[in-house]
Ligand binder design. Structure first.
Ligand code: NAD
Ligand code: UGA
Length: 469
């Protein structure tokens, strides 16, 4: 039986390994993590992450050929293939702070692999890492010169949260990068054989290590760039009376451009787009490519602009002040169908409104009160470094309430901000909401999910991103 171990039981490690176990009953997969509470949750009825379809897959394999353990060293030592799927956040201090990837977790995982290994292994970069990381990892893996051979592969993950299981089951492509030596190609073939259990041959792409590492950063940069492009258009639409949905439809009909990923919004969030672009910017700068770096920086700049534009719109529409006014925030996760709030646009929007002394009543179907309060107490980039958490400001925390129902959130509110596109927000009883709100009642739809005309008929003043007022 082939033994696989994955270091890191997070949003990527958990679902990807569950899918491998599900599709390859003859492979034993152990997911390990230094976080005991995370491992306990994977072994419980309440998984640590919310992802449609994940529970079913885990239920089929857990205890058979899928295991979750905090005995990291034992399982790494026993495995033939070791995936490393630890977090690679943005560095918060020192050289490259605010841009470069922090490879501390990766380095300590690599040192541990080197220390505990007693047999040859294939080590797979699953985390998103800067191009050329494999070279550094190779040096770390061989630092204690025990005569054990390691082959490093790059196998970046392209799943999106909320659709992880679907993406893993039917990936657009699986990318495997390896050394162009005979041993490197043998390792590539071994990993390819795992995916070949369910992914068609023409969707498994093999290439050199550096191309694979860079392709992941490039793919995220291109995706985020599309959103910033359509969001930049949304500002121009509002200024001219064009409708961004119509413009995006017309543009997306060009088969060279395509229709997906062109939804204007309050701004992209999630743990990766911003961090990966900043990482790309840093790599360009280190290679003396300042014009290229500046080009990609603009994608993040427009995203920040979009979030502050949204806050300014709320405040200016509500007679230039939201001080003491109750504002309902519907949705806090960075997108629907996930409880993940890392880098969610809601954090910046709420900070903006709190700065103007609004009273926020926040509702999200998947995010706990604890998480929301923690997020709003953090500085930018702190989400992955809880040890740097600042104490929450007592005044700001009195301005926030977290409720478990959209009707409760909107009761006596002056305005409603929709920040996540949860399906349930489309079908709320807006007549009832209107009756219970202060007048004039405003709706600021940061996701263009409501039927603005219908709401205007009820009496709301409605602002939708990139649409005529
Ligand atoms: P995560 O924070 O959810 O999970 C990482 C896990 O690694 C944590 O549970 C942490 O405790 C564990 N860990 C850290 N150091 C460890 C060590 N030395 N030994 C054992 N466990 C350790 O992160 P994630 O969202 O799963 O992302 C992981 C990587 O995958 C990142 O590089 C990210 O950029 C990339 N990625 C993420 C997504 C996504 O949708 N979240 C998609 C594609 C790629
Ligand atoms: C993204 C990529 O889609 C994945 O391919 C990649 O593997 C992953 O990042 C990663 O490397 O972490 P994810 O961040 O989970 O996945 O979710 P997306 O669906 O890409 O959404 C990201 C953000 O963009 C969300 O806030 C979403 O609401 C926003 N978005 C997306 C828009 O504002 N408009 C769109 O048209 C699409």
């Amino acid at each position: 039986m082939v033994k696989i171990c994955c270091i890191g039981a997070g949003y990527v490690g958990g679902p990807t390994m569950a899918m491998i176990a599900f599709k390859c009953p003859e492979i034993e997969v152990v997911v390990v993590d230094i976080s005991v509470s995370r491992i306990n949750a994977w072994n419980s009825d309440r998984l640590p992450i919310f992802e449609p379809g994940l529970e079913e897959v885990v239920r089929v394999c857990r205890g058979k050929n899928l295991f979750f353990s905090s005995d990291v060293e034992k399982h790494v030592a026993e495995a033939e293939i070791v995936f490393v799927s630890v977090n690679t956040p943005t560095k918060t201090r020192g050289l490259g702070a605010g841009k470069a990837a922090d490879l501390t977790y990766w380095e300590s995982a690599a040192r541990m692999i080197a220390d505990v290994s007693k047999s040859d292994k294939i080590v797979v970069e699953k985390s998103t890492v800067p191009v050329k990381t494999a070279e550094a990892i190779e040096k770390i893996l061989t630092h204690n010169n025990k005569g054990i051979h390691f082959q490093i592969l790059s196998n970046p993950e392209f799943l999106a949260e909320g659709t992880a299981i679907e993406d893993l089951e039917k990936p657009d492509r699986v990318l495997i990068g390896g050394r162009e030596t005979a041993e490197g190609q043998k390792a590539v073939a071994a990993l390819k054989a795992v995916y070949a259990h369910w992914v068609p041959d023409d969707r498994i792409i093999t290439m050199n290590l550096w191309s694979a590492e860079l392709s992941k950063l490039a793919a995220n940069a291109f995706l985020a760039q599309r959103i910033s492009s359509v969001n930049a258009m949304s500002a121009l639409c509002e200024a001219t009376g064009a409708d961004v949905a119509e413009v995006a439809y017309a543009v997306g009909k060009d088969s060279r451009i395509g229709p997906r990923f062109l939804n204007a919004s309050v701004g992209f969030g999630g743990s990766c787009f911003q961090k990966d672009i900043l990482n790309l910017v840093y790599i360009c700068e280190c290679n003396g490519l300042s014009d290229v770096a500046n080009y990609w920086k603009q994608v993040v700049h427009i995203n920040d602009y979009q979030k502050s534009r949204f806050v300014n719109r709320v405040v200016s529409s509500m007679f230039n002040t939201v001080s003491g006014k109750k504002i309902a925030v519907l949705g806090f996760a960075f997108k629907k169908d996930t409880g993940d709030t890392r880098e969610t646009a809601a954090i910046d929007v709420c900070h903006g409104l709190l700065g103007d002394k609004a009273q926020l009543s926040i509702y999200d179907p998947q995010v706990t009160e604890d998480q929301i309060r923690r997020d709003l107490a953090m500085n930018k980039f702190d989400w992955d470094h809880p040890q740097h958490l600042l104490p929450s400001s007592p005044t700001a925390s009195k301005q926030i309430s977290v409720v478990w129902d959209a009707y409760e959130a909107t009761k006596n509110a002056h305005g409603v901000c929709i920040l996540t596109e949860w399906d349930e927000f489309k079908n709320l009883d807006y007549d009832k909401i209107y009756q219970n709100m202060e007048k004039p009642a405003f709706v600021f739809d940061g996701r263009n999910v409501v039927d603005a005309e219908k709401l205007r008929k009820i009496g709301f003043i409605v602002y939708s991103v990139g649409k005529p007022l």
